[in-house]
Design a protein around this ligand. Structure first.
Ligand SMILES: [Zn+2]
Ligand SMILES: [Zn+2]
Ligand SMILES: [Zn+2]
Length: 280
């Protein structure tokens, strides 16, 4: 096949192990943590510890959840191949979540027998289409809050985010796990909490951008608002004692990781490094 590289089809970072795995790629806010331009206390502490948080994204079996400009490299550094990605779910058109040039880079090495679905709000799909020829076999799916899609790797539901118009959160149900990817968002819309009722997610990735800084006035969560969302999700059985609940989209407004871990543990949540495998 022209353009095919047979030796790499099952090579690289192990095609078998990828299929069932859930991995957090990035755990940082748009500017990352540390912010490279900043020498505040928490940036300095994290930097001294050698901890770098890139823009938030995750890999759930064959689903890539968000793809910012740093995401492909973050995956490479974590030893996580993107070769088996069959569905790219993009939450909204902020540049830390949607950097659709990855579609072009992928097209240079992946033949047309490897299907890919690109799923996102209309503004995201509009941007993404521009990176591929009109006759591409990549399939684009515009979704709106409340929509459901049955894809080869599982079922995807779009829940409303409290962020930009049309922004969504993703509820992904594969044959082996159910994951809620909830960034970016302020306090969750009631409709989304109701839609998540009874889900008993295996993994919830919930944003917690601002730590103890509660005067940010943005559609994001801080620590008190994060705790409140956890309480709401628990109350409806979306989060249970068996849920692996991880805070993501972390910025330098947070306390240093050690202190943040202690604070999050009080509500049954955790903080992990970029590249952490939550399930394999
Ligand atoms: Zn963001
Ligand atoms: Zn800083
Ligand atoms: Zn955003």
């Amino acid at each position: 096949m022209p353009g095919e590289e047979p030796g790499r089809r099952t090579g690289g970072h192990d095609g078998q192990g990828v299929a069932m795995s859930i991995r957090v790629l990035g755990t940082g806010s748009a500017d990352g943590w540390p912010n490279p331009f900043c020498d505040c206390a928490t940036c300095t502490i994290e930097r001294a510890a050698g901890r770098v948080r890139a823009q938030t994204a995750a890999l759930v079996e064959t689903f890539l959840l968000d793809c910012g400009p740093e995401t492909p490299r973050t995956a490479e550094r974590a030893g996580a191949s993107l070769r088996d990605v069959r569905h790219a779910l993009l939450t909204h058109d902020h540049p830390d979540h949607t950097a659709p040039a990855f579609l072009l880079y992928r097209s240079w090495v992946t033949d047309e027998r490897h299907p890919l679905d690109v799923v996102g709000p209309p503004s995201v799909v509009g941007q993404a289409r521009m990176w591929l020829a009109p006759d591409t076999r990549v399939r684009f799916h515009e979704i709106r809050p409340g929509d459901e899609l049955d894809l080869a790797g599982g079922r995807v539901r779009a829940l409303a985010a409290n962020h930009t118009p049309g922004a969504v959160l993703f509820d992904v149900a594969t044959p082996t796990s159910r994951v809620l990817y909830a960034t970016d968002t302020g306090p969750l819309p009631r409709s989304s909490v109701e839609a998540a009722a009874g889900a008993a997610y295996d993994v919830v990735l919930l944003e917690e951008t601002f730590g103890d800084f509660t005067g940010h006035g943005t559609a994001h969560l801080d620590l008190p608002a994060f705790e409140e969302q956890v309480r709401r999700l628990h109350a409806v059985g979306a989060v249970t004692d068996g849920t692996n609940l991880v805070a993501v989209h972390l910025s330098h407004h947070n306390p240093p990781t050690g202190e943040l871990a202690r604070r999050l543990a009080l509500v049954g949540a955790s903080v992990v490094d970029d590249g952490t495998l939550l399930r394999d």
